[in-house]
Design a protein around this ligand. Sequence first.
Ligand code: ATR
Length: 274
Amino acid sequence: MTKTFAVIGDPIDHSLSPNIHNAAFRELDLDCTYIAYKIPKNELNYGLDALKKIKISGFNVTIPHKIDIMKFLDGTDEDSKLIGASNTVTNLNGVLTGYNTDMQGFLDPIIQRELDIKNSNILLYGAGGAARAIIVAFAKQNAKKITIVNRTIEKGKELEELGKKLGLNSEIISLENFEGNKNKYDFVINSTSIGMKNEIFPISQDLIDENSVVYDIVYKPINTDLIKKGKNVNATIIYGYEMLLGQAVRSFEIWMDKKAPYSAMKKAILGGFS
Ligand code: ATR
């Protein structure tokens, strides 16, 4: 019987996950298919019932459900527990198990470029599920300080606490009040959805220079306003599709228990932009 996989979230129509995973299934000649399924913010329980009814084999979770999904899982891996969010779920006869592949997916392109995280000064926009994975990643790699900028201060506070708990010097500033103190940051990361609709990214160019790494996890469009600002100062650029690829490869390997066809998946992502 054909196995069905999905990505759930809202908005979901821009998602490249179906392209990536269907390309991987084709490459390895697997009898599997992957769909995008829109579940609005307050309808997660109904959506999950529907997925169980069609005997979904596994699914990815994206904005805005990565944190809320935790309530509905029967078990999780250690990374999900630490991060407080899951982006990959397996379904074995109705038993849902959550994994987090965002953290490693986020780190992959940094490690590939041999960039130094130790003692770095980080500016992170956003305080959602992806931001939680990012802060744990930096804490594990012994970064020095993280400044979290978020629209909703309460959510940012939770993240600040998480960072402190993990031994990372952390502070939260509201998006509205943030100007920066003209310190240059080693890493500037966007984990919000700002940019998906071609919005201007609210950062002063004074905060980045050629020694900064500018990393936007928004992957469509490829050249977000933040990426353009990074290019203007010759910063090192990391594109959102690179994290997307990293987490997708790991999700595939959890579901299939075999090595993912990396090149076919990368090609599918880049083809998705043409
Ligand atoms: P994910 O799990 O993918 O990280 P999320 O948990 O919904 O998704 O988090 C989305 C992040 O984008 C949050 O930090 C959110 O800010 P709030 O905490 O204030 O909700 C941020 N975000 C989304 N849309 C935004 C916008 N238009 N302006 C500023 N921040 C926004």
